[in-house]
Write a protein that binds this ligand. Sequence first.
Ligand SMILES: [Zn+2]
Length: 392
Amino acid sequence: MIVSRPISSTRLIRTYNASTVLRVLYKHGSCSRSQLTKLTGMSPATITRIIAELMEQEIVLEGKVGKSTGGRRPVYVHIDYTKVYIGSVKLLQDDCAIAILDLRGQIIERERIVPHTLEPKILLQQVINSLNGLLEHCRINREHILGVGVAVSGVCDSDHGVVLNSVNLGWRDVPVTEILSGGLDLPVYLENDANASALAELWFGQATDATNSMFIKTETGAGVGIIVNKTLLTGPNFMAGEIGHVPLVPNGQPCRCGQRGCLEPYVYFGDIQTRYQEKTNMLIDQEEFIKLVHGGDQCALELVHETASALALACAHWGILTDMDIITIGGLWSQFNEEVMIYCQDYYNSVLESTGISRSIRIVGTKFGDDTDLLGAAGLVVSHWLTPQSVP
Ligand SMILES: [Zn+2]
């Protein structure tokens, strides 16, 4: 009798056959073995073996029994979503963190990283140490991790995993995935924070049913992540969505780039803070600003209205251009439903009505708050996992 060798050391879930089966189960929910044979094109014997291996590792479970169509009654199998994990890293100038999530985007454990320095090699080594420590702490088998996603503010060559230019971090041409994958012994994927945020909504958030969706990122300046046909649009030069400094409001607010009317001075809190101080001589933080708006403070409300007008223009211009189903606005502004979301939605509707386009679109605030980037980095891993050619 031949006893098959345990496959726990083969990184089962990242092998081509097993990940193909898991992808099909992810898309279809649950399937019988014969359905899996048809959907994957693999032989019944191969499917039986892979399911047995996945069940042995408790990644796949048997569920309900179907009706017989003549032969044996089919047993449906499904993924145990809590047994497949994703590592996640966000590197913004003043906000660095790591997390471990399950396949549904539930954060199991997270840890803030206080950088000793922003020097790339030192900070990335700190990330490696922290993530390795967190995996150990959670007692997670490394073989159950699909990969690690990294969200960075800046322009990223996501094909090669290189941060081309991050003004916020002061980085140029940093090979992030090469450094991290070496230290973590896991596949690592990189995206800029706006693109990652769009993936957070696509896989775990309010855009899961949408074909085309957009995320307007506002915390670290203004950037946009664009999903077309459920796929992230990055562009040949990774510039898609880098629209924060394309003037939008005629003769608008001055921007640190030297122009006027870019979206950035309307959404970046540092600029709002300065304008509030100019008008009232009071220096307020973000929490105080939110309270003032909700409390009806005249000056704060005027500033929110000014931002809502700029965001409404952005949504209408960019949304209609790319035929969006949903636009999600991130950061501080997601907290002002009536003042910002409904305002933008009404403006969009009125523009559509005037142009005679019969189309409905949703403009919403993100529900993820500060977790958007971590969820986005995890969504990036899911995206790569579901793209067959990227299977390592
Ligand atoms: Zn600008």
